[in-house]
Design a protein around this ligand. Structure first.
Ligand code: WQD
Length: 337
């Protein structure tokens, strides 16, 4: 089976490439490298010892994407390509709606034209908005608080409507919680453009001395230690969840939203202390007011993923912290020389 991964050179894309290659799938990557680099593709080949085609193409580029489908027999698509910074989406919403929706519509029209009917979509727990009913399950009402989240919400609806119109179409909408960590080799990992927003990249910058101290956004939340609680999931567990989703998509029809989370919530302080303990490296921090838009607690019900995909996260917080630091130490400037 041949799987096309759009955005396959990105953080979750590269880890999913490794997981699929190691399971014996053939893969093709389509990426415009706006938030990634061809070096990441070389690292995937180094890890797996396998070769595969990659296309430097924007998924919004209709002729460019039709060439990918013309030149290859594609059995399924995993769609990672998209802009994904919450704060940036508030500053330039039209760029987010144009890019994320246009690329998805182009991809789906190509799939229809070339008879490809299996689709796995990189959705996000952000579609649950400010819901407080923890653990979050897939029946929870959805609604977003930022343009990035609304693009995910709208694409989920596009996929449901496509499945309703085409009984042969199959789509799995994977709602990621908080992916962190890196492949144990330290050859691939998260390489945010510019100053990162998320907790783990900022912990890594602090531990590496690039930031004087981590800012802890609020310790007055209604949580055990007052700091924000999230469902952190090892990126390799997430990648394996995509492989399970491909299998499910091929064996089923219709559109199915499925959480990819561990079902465990960890606070910012728990993350800091685990990181320091595992890596014997201090993470100095300062307490700051809450970050606008943050919620106190967010973690998944992993039941549907286990029932439908036969998948459950295996790696714990210590392994996430160890593997993240290993990537940072081996690549102090990410993929940049
Ligand atoms: C986690 C916790 C912060 C940074 C975001 C996106 C979401 C998804 C995952 C794409 C919170 C605290 C953070 C810092 C801190 N991405 N924090 N100091 O906000 O849960 O989710 O990433 O789908 O769409 O919104 O992740 O890592 O930014 O924050 O105290 O310097 O860490 O307040 O409690 P978040 P995060």
């Amino acid at each position: 089976m041949t799987i096309l991964l759009t955005g396959g050179a990105g953080y979750i894309g590269t880890h999913t490439c490794v997981a699929l290659l190691e399971l014996g799938y053939d893969i093709i990557v389509a990426d415009n490298y706006i938030n990634s680099t061809p070096l990441a593709i070389d690292r995937v080949k180094e890890i797996t010892g396998k070769n595969f085609k990659s296309y430097d193409v924007d998924v919004c580029d209709i002729p460019g994407m039709e060439r990918v489908f013309e030149e290859n027999k594609i059995d399924a698509v995993i769609h990672f390509a998209g802009l994904k910074a919450v704060g940036e989406s508030c500053a330039i919403p039209l760029r987010y709606y144009r890019n994320n929706l246009d690329s998805t519509l182009t991809l789906l029209e190509c799939m229809q034209k070339y008879g490809v009917r299996n689709f796995v979509f990189s959705s996000s727990a952000t579609v649950y908005g400010t819901s407080q009913n923890m653990p979050l399950d897939e029946k929870e009402p959805t609604g977003c608080t930022n343009p990035y989240g609304w693009t995910k919400y709208m694409i989920e609806q596009i996929l449901r409507d496509t499945a309703a119109a085409d009984p042969e179409f199959s789509a799995v909408l994977l709602r990621y919680f908080n992916p962190i960590g890196a492949h144990e080799s330290g050859l691939i990992g998260e390489d945010p453009n510019g100053i990162p927003n998320n907790l783990m990249p900022r912990i890594l910058n602090t531990a590496a001395g690039k930031m004087k101290a981590l800012t802890v956004f609020g310790n007055d939340y209604p949580t055990p230690d007052g700091t924000g609680v999230r469902d952190y999931i090892h990126v390799c567990d997430l990648a394996e969840g995509h492989a399970a989703a491909i299998k499910y998509a091929v064996e089923h029809k219709g559109a199915e939203a499925i959480n990819l989370g561990t079902g465990n919530g960890y606070s910012v302080f728990e993350m800091i202390h685990t990181f320091e303990e595992v890596n014997h490296t201090p993470v100095p921090y300062t307490l700051e007011p809450r970050r606008p838009g943050d919620i106190a607690t967010c973690y998944a019900s992993p039941e549907k993923a286990e029932k439908c995909l036969g998948w459950k996260a295996k790696r714990g917080l210590a392994e996430m912290c160890r593997d993240a630091w290993n990537w940072q130490q081996k690549n102090p400037n990410g993929y940049k020389a």
